[in-house]
Design a protein around this ligand. Sequence first.
Ligand SMILES: [Cu+2]
Length: 93
Amino acid sequence: MRILALSSLMLVASTAWANPKTVSLSVPTMDCPVCPITVKQALTKVPGVTWAEVSFEKRQATVTFDDAKTNVEALTHATKNAGYPSKLVEPGK
Ligand SMILES: [Cu+2]
């Protein structure tokens, strides 16, 4: 009984300790200030995404996600489906 309680507790803990990851995506085809709204919606709809911010000025999206639930490929796929192909901006570039 005690072991059962402990293992279910650990399951809850491992979910809470999911690894958040933040990446920047280049979205060069955004051509007016309304575009970022569409891109942001597309990104936040991806399961595992916890936060998305899109800058029209920089033509960039910054996305925070749980890397156990999704990945960069899913993010770029989502923006492409919304009409805005994107690609990962390598850190330091
Ligand atoms: Cu637009």
